[in-house]
Design a protein around this ligand. Structure first.
Ligand SMILES: [Mn+2]
Length: 670
């Protein structure tokens, strides 16, 4: 092109130069007579002709130039000719042109297999993913078609879709993803207890069975398995196997039970994946294992990086597995924390019941006993106590005693300092606290609880004694008092409160009891606890009796053995009342689980559930972001303001859960 322009410029210049020479010859070479012969007009005419000729030449040159330009554009096509298709093929580029109605009018070779059917049909009927272009927010997307992956660019003005085949790239990515590392830890839950109880021979027999089950499972899932403690194994596998293990829902747990029906051993597993750092993965797996253990063991917890924890198993009721050593260790570590603290505050959960207050009072004695000079206060707000507990508390203690032992939440919030210790009891998640702001402000926190660990545990406690096999927080506190390294006194009235806490949470020694529960009750009796008084704390009044009857009159039975009932939509009922109805419904013969729904405030609807151990209340309540233990759990519905709607939602989840169980033949499947 440059050359052409150059050539035409030179030609034009030459012609102009010759014309000048002719003019000069006319002026100088021809003599004076000659000039006279030619009139001035003639000279003018001649000059005009020269200019005209020049203009014409310029015009011709310009036309030729623009023709030449066109020619060079065509020639790019001409040069590549048929080869352009080869270039597109090599780059795996596909082109599709549509008309204004999105019907395909032309396709290049990349889609030659489907070309015939593609042409004339609507593009979206083949490439559903391309509908994303419709709203005009994007001009690039990825789609899958005929087993290949394409990156697609849409040129709207031209109705042109450009496809880039990225299948190989995608395959490399998938392959890399499949090989990302996963780390897991398997531990035998009750190894220490069993080791104490069984002789060496039978313990080895048992271990051999367990080891075989674990090794077989490891082989099946291509794991590298290594025993690293008497009761623990560590394993490595890749992401593909990790996903497979999750899909299989850790059948290892069931395998072990099938292998040996009288087996008292259960396993807990923590597993982690999602990042390429083995050190972090091990940390994540350890934390997941801790959660599995604190929820009672016999379950697996999977921790995928930047995702929620996933729970598997936990279908059996927690076996009592704490021993006196554990209580002693816990007692000593809490003592150490108390001794270091400047002040100690004790707080129960919101709408505190007899167990929350009873255990708080017990902890009050514990702190007084281990650190005589450390000021200690129970957080107390009578509006945040359950009705009966409030009555019992006010009837038992004088105003002076209450002022001596307790502090208002707002005052505690003002006073609490970095060196103070906050002990929370009978709960472990921030939302259920009587006063969450205090937890946020406290720098040293100790947790004592008997509920299965929920997703939202308080962050970074310095001490955490969450023991789901205990009946109540009061039981845990009695044990810590009993095994404390120094003598601790518990006054009669406080012992009575703690006993009432145990009676409430075990529903008169019917649920969730172990040998330790009777032990704890016995110790409280030696401190002078009064059963009759404790009993009277729990007595139902007439009004309540009527309300309870009206709730029970609405009972429905969504599945065999499951009772679901509710208070009327316009009646406000205490959450504790719902719990009581649920507990009592369980006494009806043939009922394995009960669910009670009612409005607990203007904007909140509550669900309380109890079971005899054949159905997990916790799993069902967790569906609604609630929690609790296997046999007792609760949830709150803030988004739903109608009892009826909530009832239908709960019914649906119960049915799904029970059907799931039936398939597993745990209940009613025979
Ligand atoms: Mn409790």
């Amino acid at each position: 092109m440059q050359k052409l322009i150059h050539r035409y410029l030179v030609a034009n210049g030459l012609i102009f130069f010759f014309e000048l020479i002719i003019c000069l010859v006319l002026f100088f070479v021809v003599d004076g007579n000659y000039i006279e012969t030619f009139q001035t007009e003639l000279i003018f005419a001649f000059t005009a002709i020269i200019i005209l000729v020049n203009l014409m030449i310029a015009l011709i040159s310009f036309t030729k130039l623009s023709n030449a330009k066109n020619k060079s554009d065509i020639s790019t096509l001409k040069v590549l000719g048929n080869d352009i298709q080869a270039a597109y093929d090599f780059g795996k580029i596909g082109l599709i042109i549509t008309d204004d109605n999105d019907n395909v009018i032309w396709v290049n070779n990349l889609f030659r297999d489907v070309e015939k059917s593609l042409v004339d049909s609507e593009i979206y009927s083949y490439f559903n993913g391309l509908t994303r272009f419709k709203d005009g927010n994007t001009d690039e997307t990825s789609i899958e078609f005929n087993g290949c992956y394409y990156l697609v660019r849409y040129l709207k003005e031209a109705n042109l879709y450009i496809f880039k085949d990225v299948t190989e790239l995608r395959n490399v990515y998938d392959e890399t993803f499949k090989h990302r590392p996963s780390v897991g830890i398997i531990t035998i839950d009750n190894y220490q207890d069993m080791a104490n109880m069984l002789d060496d021979l039978s313990i080895n027999d048992n271990l051999a069975v367990i080891q075989k089950v674990i090794v077989d499972y490891a082989k099946k899932h291509h794991m590298l398995l290594k025993k690293y403690k008497n009761d623990s194994y560590i394993f490595l596998c890749n992401r593909e196997d990790y996903d497979e293990i999750l899909k299989d829902r850790f059948s290892l747990l069931d395998d072990l039970k099938e292998e040996k029906e009288d087996n008292d051993f259960t396993l807990s597993i923590g597993i982690a994946s999602g990042i390429d750092n083995y050190n972090r993965l091990f940390e994540m797996a350890s934390k997941a294992l801790d959660v599995a253990l604190s929820r009672g063991g016999d379950q697996a917890v999977a921790s995928t990086y930047e995702d929620n924890l996933q729970f598997f198993g936990g279908q059996t009721e927690t076996k009592e597995k704490k021993n006196s050593v554990q209580s002693r260790v816990m007692s000593n570590s809490l003592k150490a924390l108390v001794e270091e603290a400047k002040n100690v505050y004790i707080m129960g959960h919101n709408i505190a019941d007899l167990d929350a207050i009873g255990s708080a009072l017990g902890l009050y004695c514990f702190v007084k006993g281990v650190a005589k000079n450390t000021p200690v206060k129970i957080i107390y707000d009578e509006f945040k106590l359950e009705n009966k507990t409030k009555k019992a508390f006010k009837a038992t203690f004088t105003k002076e005693q209450i002022n001596e032992m307790c502090i208002a939440p707002s005052e505690a919030l003002d006073k609490i300092e970095p060196k103070d210790l906050l002990i929370v009891t009978d709960f472990h998640s921030l939302e259920t606290a009587m006063y969450p702001n205090l937890i946020k402000k406290a720098e040293h926190i100790a947790i004592i609880d008997h509920h299965r660990r929920s997703m939202t545990s308080i962050d970074n406690p310095e001490f955490s004694y969450i023991e789901p096999s205990a009946s109540s927080a009061s039981e845990l506190v009695v044990e810590m008092i009993r095994y404390a390294s120094c003598q601790i006194d518990v006054p009669e009235d406080i012992a009575t409160f703690m006993l009432a806490g145990i009676i409430l949470d075990t529903n008169y020694y019917r649920n969730h009891i172990g040998a330790k529960t009777y032990d704890a009750s016995y110790i409280l009796k030696t401190f002078g606890a009064d059963n009759n008084l404790a009993d009277s704390f729990l007595k139902v009044e007439l009004e309540e009796y009527a309300l309870k009857n009206s709730i029970m009159s609405r009972a429905t039975y969504p599945c065999a053995g499951v009772l679901l009932t509710y208070a009327s939509n316009d009646e406000i009922v205490e959450q504790a009342m719902l719990a009581r109805v649920a507990t009592e419904a369980l006494q009806i013969s043939g009922i394995n689980a009960s669910f009670v729904i009612g409005r607990i405030s203007d904007r909140v609807i509550g669900l309380s559930s109890r079971s005899d151990g054949s159905i997990s209340c916790q799993l069902i309540c967790e569906t609604f972001e609630g929690g609790g233990s296997y046999t007792a759990a609760a949830a709150k519905f803030k988004d739903s303001t109608n009892v009826d709607i909530v009832r239908k939602r709960v019914e649906e989840v119960i049915k799904q859960y029970v059907n799931g169980l039936r398939q597993k033949k745990i209940i009613g499947g025979d």
